[in-house]
Design a protein around this ligand. Structure first.
Ligand code: GRF
Length: 219
């Protein structure tokens, strides 16, 4: 995060307005939540580009209605993950984005992409990590029988859903829940959590202690 935290993880002054690249693959409701938080003044940021690996992602239509630039970079057009990652890096750099937010982006990003934007890539995942990484997190939670589920905003590292945790929110699991009903309850929290995590990271001082993200102030 340029102007945010340096490569060694030392805390530095962190007040700047991020230029955000949002990467999606589908619906884009978290993209909408971020865009709405910017529009209503809750979050000081600019979305400089929305990139999708799928041309039919509904989130692209949302971005267009808001006048946000869109790019489709289809992973199938590339012979390797490294080549796909390199195209993503170029697209993000071309817009001088300072923060990359994965919002339902369904491709793994390799070490090359992660190294290009150190400590500046976020993801939101619909579980209380480190429980239930990967796909179908809500189904995994129901299958395991947990009584509390939730959402996590975390930094992205090459290891799936394993980077340092920025913020989490919990929801109860009801006996009658289906994967869909639990997903809907979690999603409501995601839409609050993601803009709030971006706001805290960009407006407050914070630093790493090991893999803990420590904010200077309470929310
Ligand atoms: C969300 O549940 C998010 O946590 C997960 O994928 C889903 C994306 O939903 N990574 P949307 O595209 O933001 O509506």
């Amino acid at each position: 995060m340029s102007g945010g935290i340096d490569r060694t993880g030392e805390a530095v002054e962190n007040r700047y307005v991020p230029k955000v690249a949002v990467l999606i693959s589908g619906r884009g409701s978290n993209l909408a939540a971020i865009a709405d938080a910017i529009a209503d003044g809750t979050l000081r940021a600019t979305i400089v580009v929305v990139i999708s690996n799928r041309a039919d992602a509904p989130g692209l239509d949302f971005a267009r209605t808001r006048g946000i630039e869109t790019r489709v970079i289809g992973h199938k057009e590339f012979g390797s993950r490294d080549a796909f990652d390199a195209a993503l890096v170029d697209a993000v750099r071309a817009r001088e984005a300072t923060l990359v937010c994965l919002a339902g982006f369904m491709r793994r990003l390799g070490p090359g992409f992660c190294a290009a934007f150190p400590n500046a890539i976020l993801n939101i995942h619909p579980s209380l990590l480190p429980a239930f990484p990967g796909e179908h997190a809500q189904q995994q939670a129901l299958d395991h029988g947990v009584k509390v589920a939730g959402a996590t905003v975390h930094f992205v590292t090459p290891e799936l859903d394993a980077g340092p945790i920025v913020m989490q929110a919990s929801v109860p699991v009801e006996d009658t829940d289906t994967p869909e009903s639990l997903a809907a309850r979690i999603l409501t929290q995601e839409h609050r959590l993601y803009p709030e995590a971006i706001r805290r990271l960009t407006e407050q001082s914070w630093h790493f202690e090991g893999r803990r993200v420590v904010f200077a102030h309470k929310p």
